[in-house]
Design a protein around this ligand. Structure first.
Ligand code: HEC
Ligand code: HEC
Length: 330
């Protein structure tokens, strides 16, 4: 977040700001669905088109990787045709919308370029294969995909193809998830329950179990909690990460890349979905996660922490004081 604190303003700046606000309001009213910045971002970025996957042997691997992203349960789920790895019947694309291509929805078009990368959760440098396996173990609540398998190579080939023609820095996070502003109050589980009933329940169900396909092989609407959903300590189980995804991606609409929820609504509904006492999910021991305490994500739901804010505040906020604590350390 950028702040203007400490900047000096003169008369011209105030005039410019005034006309800027008038112009912004006008432009915004013309583009109710897509705020101006999002339109320019979408136009500037050439997104990968799976129709362009080459007709070569490498292309075959890329296409198989894409297939594994889309139909993970079919190939690698609890009754997978190739291997029985995942502990639930979700698919990678359930959280990486449009198979990792949709902006701000756990987009993956720069990911291959960012690894090997140091990750605070493990306190180690991870390869792209390690990172893929993180998602097999946590959100998919399963076992790792063998590093040398045809399937791992295919998934990596697909991820490499997604980045074709791009450059990225290790820190680049602009496309991956959308922005949320941290609240000055704790998230409200009670308010979240109301938003859930209003905006989520018709697809994900009153019981949060989603909707399984008629042949029971996977989900039309994936579950948000319970034994068939993502495990504790998954990135989706972290308040800020999940809020960034939900604000920009839900309620689900095809091709949508603009937020449909306010920051307040998104934080509150995530607090309700991720509340472990109301909504249990697959257990993972989390105490050994993130051994690098100064760099532990501030919304990691389980201690130990370097700070003395209660665990509840790491789950529900307000996050600004926690963020300030760690910024001071640096
Ligand atoms: C329940 C949701 C969920 C599912 C299912 C899921 N992921 Fe993820 N994945 C995430 C989230 C959330 C992140 C990290 C967001 C963050 O912190 O930036 C992530 C991150 C990743 C990254 C690292 C991206 C980067 O740029 O650092 C890769 C690679 C990845 N996932 C691959 C997969 C694969 C392959 C599958 C299927 C086997 C999968 N994911 C299934 C939620 C999910
Ligand atoms: C119109 C139906 C619909 C509505 C309404 C909806 N979702 Fe979803 N949601 C989906 C679909 C479909 C997916 C999987 C997307 C895919 O596979 O391409 C999904 C995926 C998700 C995921 C990631 C996968 C998982 O199961 O963990 C989360 C989290 C999520 N939705 C939360 C919400 C929340 C919170 C709301 C309410 C604000 C909401 N959704 C409203 C259809 C919907």
């Amino acid at each position: 977040m950028q702040t203007n604190i400490g900047m000096r303003f003169n008369k011209h700046d105030y005039l410019n700001a005034f006309f800027g606000i008038v112009l912004t309001c006008f432009l915004y009213s013309c583009t109710f669905d897509y705020p101006k910045t999002e339109i320019s971002a979408i136009n500037k970025i050439k997104l990968p088109d799976t129709a362009d996957i080459p007709d070569t042997k490498t292309g075959e691997a890329i296409r198989y990787g894409l297939e594994l992203f889309t139909r993970t349960a079919y190939y690698l789920g609890p009754e997978g045709k190739v291997m029985k790895l995942a502990g639930n019947k979700m698919n990678c694309k359930n959280c990486h919308l449009d198979n990792g291509i949709r902006l701000y929805s756990n987009n993956l078009i720069e990911s291959y370029l960012k690894y090997p990368q140091y990750r605070a959760r493990e306190g180690e440098v991870l390869t792209i294969e390690d990172r893929i396996n993180n998602c097999f173990e946590r959100p998919m609540n399963g076992k790792i995909l063998p590093y040398n398998s045809v399937e791992m190579r295919a998934m990596v080939a697909y991820m490499r193809w997604l980045c074709e023609g791009r450059t990225a820095s290790y820190e680049n996070d602009t496309l991956h998830l959308g922005i949320v502003n941290l609240l000055d109050r704790p998230s409200s589980i009670e308010n979240g329950a109301k938003i859930y009933a209003d905006k989520c329940q018709r697809c994900h169900g009153a019981d949060g179990q989603g909707q399984i396909t008629p042949d029971k092989s996977t989900y039309t609407y994936p579950p948000l909690w319970g034994p068939n959903s993502y495990a504790q300590g998954s990135s989706m189980h972290r308040a800020i990460t999940a809020t960034r995804f939900v604000k920009w991606s839900m309620p689900y609409l095809p091709n949508r890349t603009a937020p449909q929820l306010s920051d307040e609504e998104a934080f509150d509904v995530v607090a309700f979905v991720n509340c472990d006492s109301i909504h249990p999910r697959p257990y993972r021991p989390l105490q050994k996660d993130c051994p690098d305490l100064p760099n532990k994500p501030i919304d990691f739901p389980s201690g130990p922490y370097l700070d003395s804010f209660p665990e509840r505040q790491h789950r529900l906020g307000p996050f600004k004081p926690i963020k300030a604590f760690y910024e001071k350390l640096k």
